[in-house]
Write a protein that binds this ligand. Sequence first.
Ligand code: UT7
Length: 350
Amino acid sequence: MYNSKIAGLGYYVPEQVVTNNDLKKYMDTSDEWIRERTGIEERRYAKKHEETTTTMGARAAEIAIERAGIAKEDVDFIVFATLSPDYYFPGCGVLVQRELGITSQEVGALDVRNQCSGFMYALSVADQYVKTGMYKNVLVIGSEMHSMGMDFSTEGRGITVIFGDGAGAAIVQPTEDMSKGILTTKLHADGTYAEKLAFISPGSHGGYHDDKDYGFPDKDTPSDIFVTQKMLDEGLTPHMEGTYVFKMAVQKFPEVIMEALNDQGLNPSDIDLLVPHQANLRISAFVQKRMGLRDDQIWNNIQKYGNTTAASIPIALTEAWENGKIKDGDLVCLAAFGSGFTWGSALIRF
Ligand code: UT7
C-alpha cells in the first residue's frame, strides 16, 4: 500500500467576466442583493460554441500535468466530475482524453455525477486507485459550463446569479511517505432530498417521482420520448429550494469536516487551510465560525467566480497554492455539500 498525494494542480477560467450589474440586463436583480446574500461580485462565462466543459477541463489538466512533472502520455486513468457535460452521453472523461490527444494510450475514463461534491467523490476514487497501486498518475478534473443551461429571466434569478463557469484539475500520484498526502476522505449522500436541487428534465423519469404532468404520451404507449414539447415550453433549467439547501449545508459541512478530523485524531485548530466548496460566502462564514477558524485559515474566491460546483474546490485549491497559502507539511481540509444531497471531505498533508 502507498499513500496518495496531489502532485500537480491547475485551473482554468474563461476570459469573459460577467458582473452582477451585467445580469441586470436580463433579469430584475441588483448588485446589492447578490453581494449581500451570496458574496458574489462577478463570475466567468465560457465562449459559447468555442469552449465547452471538456475543453476547459483540458486546459486545467494541462497545467496540472506540467506541474506534476509528467507528460500527458503518463496519465494512466481519468476521473471527470461535472453536472454540465458536453453531451448527455458519452461523458466528458472520454472527451477530455481525446482533447488532450492521449487516445492511443486507451486509459480508462470515469465520469462522476455528484454535483457540488463531484470533486470530493472524484478525488476519493483516485485516492483508492493510487493507494492500492492500481494507477500511478490519475488525472482528476472538475469542470462546469453552467452558462449554457440557466434561466436568464427574472423567474430564474434565484439560481442563475449564483453559478459560473470554470475548471480545476489535479494529478494524484503514489508516495511512500505515509505521513503525507491524502490522509482520509469521507463521502455521504441522502437521496431523500434529490429534487431540492435538481435538473429534472430531460430525463427518463416520466413523472414517476413526483407524478407531475411533463407532457409524456399515454403511459401504455411504447415511446422513446425523452424530451417533451411541454418540457421545452417550460424551459430546460435547474430547480433549487435555496433556503432549504442552505440550512442543510451549514449542518453537513461542519459534521463531515469533524468526521475527517476525528478519524485522524486531529482538531479544527490543526487545520492550516480549509478550502470549502464555494456555494455561498455566508455558508463559508458560518462554517469558519463553527470550526473556530481565523480568516487566514480559510480560502474563499466565490467573489470572483461564483459557484462553479464540481470545479469550485480544485479552482480554489489551486489558487490558494499559487498564492503561497499551502506550504510543505500543511494540513489542508477540503469539504463540499450539494445536490443529491451529497457531501464529503478530505484531509491532505502537503
Ligand atoms: O452549491 C450547491 C448548493 N447550493 C447552495 O448551497 C445554495 C444555498 N442557498 C443559498 O445560497 C441561498 O438560499 C440563495 C442565495 C440561493 C438565496 O438566498 P436567500 O437568502 O435564501 O433568498 P430567498 O431565496 O429566500 O429569497 C429572498 C427574496 C425573495 O423575494 P421575496 O419573496 O422575499 O419578495 C426572492 O424572490 O429575494 C428574492 N430574490 C432575488 N432578488 C434579487 C431571489 N433571487 C434574487 C436575485 N435578485 N437574484
